[in-house]
Design a protein around this ligand. Structure first.
Ligand SMILES: C[S@@+](CC[C@H](N)C(=O)[O-])C[C@H]1O[C@@H](n2cnc3c(N)ncnc32)[C@H](O)[C@@H]1O
Length: 285
């Protein structure tokens, strides 16, 4: 029996609408660690300055945007933050209003069909975004089209997001004779540095730099960390969605226990943490 069908699932924007409010806490700051690593590539090769024009593509709750805005660049550069999920756009807009982000424009937009003109941006960034588009090649082609010649591209993806191992183990334990694998939204052609480099090269980018980095999911308690992953799995796995309530709850109990065991006390003494691994890839047009 194969125990996991890892494929690119077409995830309608409604799934991300539902997850929007919980997304930020669920990853426990790991997403910011990843963006900081990505922005350090930009600093080396193509620093962001006041006159930069930046695309934060599949922005979620404006993660890239907010990291850029805290870098002390004065005056602030223009950032166009886009996402296809209305729920994410609303959160990004609420941050814009609260923070008085006058140089930021937030728009609902599919990354596979950007409505921006050719060669608009100096920096085109998609952290944990383009790799999960149903058509990631089209997403990269759109990033290429909208980037100025000589501009900088930065993308990130998961190398090991940890929860799939727990989901597969739980499935094997509860359904040892299952004929069908559990379906999980893992994206195979973005899970190792060689493939990530190839994806950018095939999209036309050059001078590609790629590295795998650890990032830390920090939570107040291991139970809260496990609940966040359980909630995510409920939304994204068609297998889990297809079960009746009792089967799903039995699975989740076991899954949550395995995730809890993965967390360890935080090195700074407060709460717990789980190390995940991401791939940070950047290049030039
Ligand atoms: C894992 S989140 C990443 C959010 C953020 N960039 C970060 O660094 O944490 C993935 C985001 O991609 C968005 N997304 C997925 N498919 C998309 C598409 N085709 N076009 C635009 N956004 C998309 C989702 O709505 C979600 O906000």
């Amino acid at each position: 029996m194969t125990t996991a069908q890892t494929e690119k699932l077409s995830m309608p924007s409604e799934i991300f609408d539902e997850m929007a409010r919980k997304y930020k806490n669920g990853l426990g700051g790991a997403q910011n660690d990843i963006v900081r690593a990505l922005l350090s590539h930009s600093k080396e090769r193509h620093p962001i300055k006041s006159d930069s024009i930046i695309h934060d593509n599949a922005c979620g709750p404006a993660v890239v945007t907010s990291e850029i805005l805290t870098r002390g660049i004065d005056p602030l550069p223009h950032i166009f933050a886009t996402d296809y999920a209305q729920g994410m756009v609303e959160i990004a807009n609420s941050y814009k209003e609260r923070g008085g982000w006058d140089t930021v424009s937030v728009q609902q937009m599919d990354g596979q069909a950007l409505s921006f003109e050719d060669e608009k941006f100096t920096h085109s960034i998609s952290s944990l975004g383009v790799f999960m588009f149903p058509d990631d090649k089209k997403g990269l082609a759109e990033m290429y089209r909208t980037l100025k010649p000589g501009g900088w591209v930065g993308v990130t993806s998961w190398s090991d997001v940890r929860w799939p191992t727990a989901a597969i183990s739980t499935y094997e334990k509860l359904f040892p004779d299952a004929k069908e694998p559990i379906i999980l939204p893992q994206v195979k052609n973005w899970m190792d540095p060689e493939n990530c480099q190839k994806n950018l090269r095939q999209a036309g980018f050059h001078s590609i730099k790629v590295e795998t980095i650890p990032c830390i999911n920090r939570q107040p308690t291991k139970e809260m960390g496990a609940s966040a992953f359980a909630e995510f799995l409920r939304h994204v796995s068609p297998t889990v969605k297809s079960w009746d309530d009792q089967t799903r709850e039995e699975f989740m109990l076991s899954f949550r226990q395995l995730i809890e065991d993965m967390y360890s006390p935080s090195t700074n003494g407060s709460g717990v943490e789980l190390t995940m691994y991401a791939i940070v890839t950047s290049g030039s047009k």
